[in-house]
Design a protein around this ligand. Sequence first.
Ligand SMILES: Cc1ncc(COP(=O)(O)O)c(C=O)c1O
Length: 382
Amino acid sequence: MSQMSIADSQRLHAYMEKAEERSKYFIGYPIAQDFDYSELYPLLRLPLNNVGDPMVESTYDLNSRSLEQEVLQFFAELLRAPENNWWGYVTSGGSEGNLYGLYVARELYPEGIVYYSEATHYSVQKNIQLLNLRSIVIRTQENGEMDYNDLRQMLQMHRDQPVIIMANIGTTMMEAKDDLSKVKQILRDLAVKNYYIHCDAALAGTYSALLDLKPGFDFQEGTDSLSISGHKFIGSPFPCGVVMVKKNYKERIGKAIPYIGTVDTTISGSRNGHSPVFLWYAIKKLGRDGLRQRAQECLDMAAYTEQRLRDIGVKAWRNPAALTVVFPAPSWELRWKWQIATENGHSHIICMPGVSREQIDEFIGDIEAEMKQRVQLSEVSA
Ligand SMILES: Cc1ncc(COP(=O)(O)O)c(C=O)c1O
């Protein structure tokens, strides 16, 4: 019998209503909201757990490994991983994938220095601290992309140390993409032989690969490992992601653990057994073509948003083929209402699947009203 009091039950329902309401004003974070996983709800009664290696069966058989393997196969093909030389797992999100990539890099190059741009996601700096790695922050250009001249100079000064590059395939605030071909050219020019490249493709990885956007960043373009968030473009009710790595690199990590009857090759012990099923379901239901079309619709929505903002006199802009529209920060009230992230005076809307024209139009109306109010106030005080 439930011990929940009437007050607690009311509190729960009030919370659920609030979450529902806030989901209508959610255009500032890169999270898809257009999913329907209701067919999978019966699975929420089961304690699925993919503890340990996704490729090695476990005595914890109440898992979703077989579907996880198919999700990984999908990403391996999408990211042109070398056949028979890739490995990966479904993570708790992009941050864990970045930690894993840096972990592999450190096992290969314990003396390596990590080079990452100042626009890099905050998780990377924390991961570097956790792994006790040396690092150098590289300046960015105005659009958020790495400043390659600064990278060249820094590398030149530390030519005797192995290099670990953390490249951004869509920075958090401006969705700028670092160009691997330029980075590799610098490494060649400086005759650096010992290097490792990890791509933080948490934000833009899936749709950039689906639409074959430039600059390329996959295994054929030279990445050694790569992290993508699953809840961002594909969408999921809980955070998740995928990390992929060249298999020969990762083989230094992992011990057989009798208790779980499998190999401990991942960062966390217990792993969400539901998220691989949700990702699998979305991939199968939409298919590559459906996912591609969804990505194109997002790009169209981003172009629409940018244009609408410009039409009312807001200095909005986007990086090439980005879903992120950047503009000067509006008032705190509007940022709060629409859950809009802001840094150094820049705000953004990210046109993820589920962001609708109606939402954009309502937001534009809010901004316009705010701009008019500002003009009226300045007229009164003049
Ligand atoms: C560029 C980038 N990297 C990493 C992350 C972290 O991903 P997650 O929230 O899935 O851990 C984010 C999240 O917004 C991001 O934008």
